[in-house]
Ligand binder design. Structure first.
Ligand code: GDP
Length: 300
């Protein structure tokens, strides 16, 4: 229900617009496909993914001899599910077996701290022993905010002071996790993107520590993106994909935006599994992502 209500703006932007277009046509023709194409592109589905979807839709309409525009929406919905599921078979977090590390990356302001807090809370509620490492040492405020979230979630945190070496924080986090028999270590990282080689150097240093100190831990490299930024989120995803072996995306702020179509582009075009979606600011507003459920919610 939270999913359906949270996605209302995206649904208005896609489903309702599609209904309006289909109601204007008496038969299925090329102009109809072009109108649908425009709706998808403006809903941030991305040009390439939109082209692919429309091509596949055209084929389906032809092979199934569909003449009634009212039947097109169900086919489009089906093709979106197929395309997304073909690209990504599994949207679950890599956290089994224990011990696991969830390394959280992303630009400042996208909701990284909030996502870590919500995630720590949900892991803890599922019976896991959780530890947070405050690896974003660039801003004192980031460390303080993360400490607040860890208090709220009731999980331990390892933090150094502002300006400390992020890799050293992660190192301490790993050793504390081992000593305390932690199931899941969640590591924050700094989100500066002004310079790609800086980002890569910093992340590589952290990866080397993980490799050396926690080689056998299950790993999730989670990229946090802000859905309200639309194509900007897609560009960030491209940069981080080059800088690190991203294994999943947490897409925040889907509740306030009409740009939910970015989910389709992330999976179908970039091959990045969306694993979590943020649909509000509260502790329980981070949900596991399921492709079919999402498509149903934006098309219902
Ligand atoms: P950070 O700088 O990346 O660590 O970002 P924060 O975690 O501090 O989040 C920035 C703002 O986005 C805060 O006001 C959060 O409450 C808000 N926020 C984060 N996730 C969501 C979400 O899923 N929905 C909404 N509506 N707001 C969110």
């Amino acid at each position: 229900e939270k999913l359906v209500s949270g996605l209302s703006k995206t649904r208005d932007n896609m489903s309702n617009k599609i209904d309006n277009i289909l109601s204007m046509y008496k038969k299925v023709d090329e102009e109809l496909f072009e109108d649908l194409e425009e709706v998808l592109v403006t809903a941030d589905v991305g040009v390439n993914t939109t082209m692919e979807l429309i091509d596949r839709l055209r084929e389906r309409v032809k092979s199934e001899k569909v003449n009634d525009p009212n039947d097109v929406k169900e086919l489009l919905k089906d093709e979106i599910k197929l395309l997304m599921n073909e690209s990504i078979a599994d949207n679950s977090l890599n956290i089994e077996p224990s011990p696991a590390v969830v390394l959280v990356v992303g630009v400042n302001g996208v909701g990284k701290t909030t996502t870590i807090g919500k995630l720590a809370n949900s892991f803890k509620n599922s019976g896991k022993k959780v530890l947070i490492a405050a690896g974003d040492t660039f801003r004192a405020a980031a460390i303080e905010q993360l400490e607040e979230w860890s208090n709220r979630a009731g999980v331990d945190i390892i933090a150094h002071s502002e300006g400390a070496d992020p890799a050293a924080v992660i190192y301490d986090g790993i050793h504390a996790a081992k000593a305390r028999k932690t199931d899941i270590l969640i590591c924050d990282t700094a989100g500066r993107l002004h310079n790609k080689s800086n980002l890569m150097n910093e992340l590589n240093k952290i990866f080397r520590v993980l490799e050396r100190e926690y080689e056998n831990a299950t790993r999730e490299i989670l990229l946090v993106l802000d859905a309200t930024t639309g194509q900007n989120a897609i560009n960030q995803a491209k940069i981080f994909k080059e800088a690190a072996n991203i294994t999943g995306v947490a897409l925040t702020k889907l509740d306030g935006t009409a740009k939910g179509g970015v989910v389709i582009a992330l999976q179908a075009e970039l091959g990045l599994p969306v694993k979590l979606i943020g649909v509000g600011e509260g502790m329980d507003d981070l949900q596991p992502f399921k492709t079919d459920e999402f498509v149903d919610a934006i098309f219902n």
